[in-house]
Design a protein around this ligand. Structure first.
Ligand code: HEC
Ligand code: HEC
Length: 315
């Protein structure tokens, strides 16, 4: 187990500081060195300049090493999508090309993602990202839930963040048991035991414990919820909820972390697994039952109110 931690720690620093970029933290002991943010009074910079000067350096230490290939023509490590680049101009172009990133913060996957294989944004990073995205919303006249009249086209009824909250409100423990969704926690991996052995404290934004009720409650919340469902966002507007398939895909994804095919390096990759057919069906059925309930509009939202009120079902 130590090797995972060593990998995450050493990999992050190694790759980040191999990058020929200014503002790269010098030594592993230096704290996360973020550029000063503007003070929330609004920036005069155009959105792209704000990204290049402030946001890009802030992504450097904790996001870029996975979301950008170390060299042109290579894949990013760990199968991560390449929405960044070591070069700020190219990174901006990649971000523009990746659907669902440039949007109001409540519709942007950068904000919604939270902890996953990579870490969540720290508050200082998140503040910069929010500030930048609001500049983008203004410049591009993207849907703005705070000013529904200013966005282009008709105002969307719901944001991605709200829709995910509604979906969580549609999750019921009855469906969870009926579809046997709880089985995921007990799925075997090849050589590393069952999922819950590693994920029972929520490691990597994945919460799987043998306590059914606890697992159910935790999975109603982001980032855990996103292992089941994610938002489709187009041109800054929420479109639909879709199954994210993280439980299903994780075990068979190519581990491109290291180039060489030395099996000894498998310790750097996620344990391999293929969900048993009944477990895979459980995930599909639980998603579908919840999605159908959400589509019908008959469930109470999960966000906002105290989590205790989240019985699911009808209002
Ligand atoms: C250790 C590698 C790693 C690091 C570091 C990392 N990520 Fe990721 N990220 C991934 C992988 C793998 C995926 C694809 C699987 C998934 O969606 O969780 C991903 C997916 C994403 C997505 C796309 C989600 C979607 O639905 O298309 C976003 C946005 C994202 N990460 C944001 C970030 C941010 C912000 C940071 C830095 C705070 C970060 N990541 C750091 C590995 C990483
Ligand atoms: C030996 C420990 C271990 C076991 C067992 C394990 N995992 Fe993981 N899992 C990790 C670690 C470490 C990470 C973060 C690094 C990574 O993503 O590869 C992770 C990340 C994840 C992620 C989030 C990242 C992403 O790409 O979405 C998912 C989903 C996941 N595991 C699912 C599972 C499932 C399902 C099982 C059981 C079939 C399982 N894991 C078993 C250690 C484990």
């Amino acid at each position: 187990m130590k090797s995972w931690i060593a990998w995450l720690a050493s990999g992050a620093l190694l790759v980040a500081c191999a990058a020929p970029l200014e503002g790269c933290a010098g030594t592993p002991d230096e704290p996360l060195n973020l550029p000063p943010g503007s003070t929330g009074s609004g920036s005069n910079l155009p959105a792209k300049q704000f990204y290049i000067q402030k946001v890009h350096p802030a992504f450097d230490l904790t996001c870029t090493w996975c979301h950008a290939a170390a060299e042109a023509g290579q894949e990013p490590p760990g199968g991560a999508p390449q929405w960044l680049s070591l070069d700020p101009e190219q990174a901006y172009a990649n971000i523009e090309a990746y659907e669902g990133l440039i949007a109001h913060p409540s519709n942007s996957l950068i904000i919604l993602q939270g902890e996953h294989m990579g870490p969540a944004l720290v508050p200082k990073q998140e503040q910069l990202v929010r500030e930048w995205l609001l500049l983008e919303v203004k410049e591009r006249a993207l849907p703005d839930p705070e000013n529904p009249s200013t966005g282009s086209g008709s105002a969307p009824a719901v944001t991605a963040e709200e829709a995910l909250g509604q979906f969580a409100g549609c999750m019921t423990i009855e469906n969870y048991q009926l579809t046997e969704m709880y089985l995921v926690a007990h799925q075997q991996t090849v050589g590393y035991g069952v999922c819950r052995g590693c994920h029972n404290t929520g490691w990597a934004g994945t919460f799987l414990d043998d306590d059914q009720n606890l697992t159910f409650e935790m999975n109603k919340q982001r980032p855990y919820l996103l292992k089941l469902v994610t938002a489709e966002v187009q041109d800054g507007a929420f479109v639909d909820l879709v199954q994210s398939n993280r439980f299903k895909m994780k075990g068979s994804e190519v581990c491109s972390y290291l180039e060489d095919a030395d099996p000894a390096n498998d310790i750097y990759c996620h344990p391999k697994f293929i969900l048993n057919p009944d477990v895979s069906a459980a995930v599909d059925n639980f998603f579908q039952a919840t999605y159908d309930a959400w589509k019908s509009g008959a469930c109470s939202p999960q966000d906002g109110e105290g989590a205790g009120g989240a019985g699911g079902g009808t209002p």
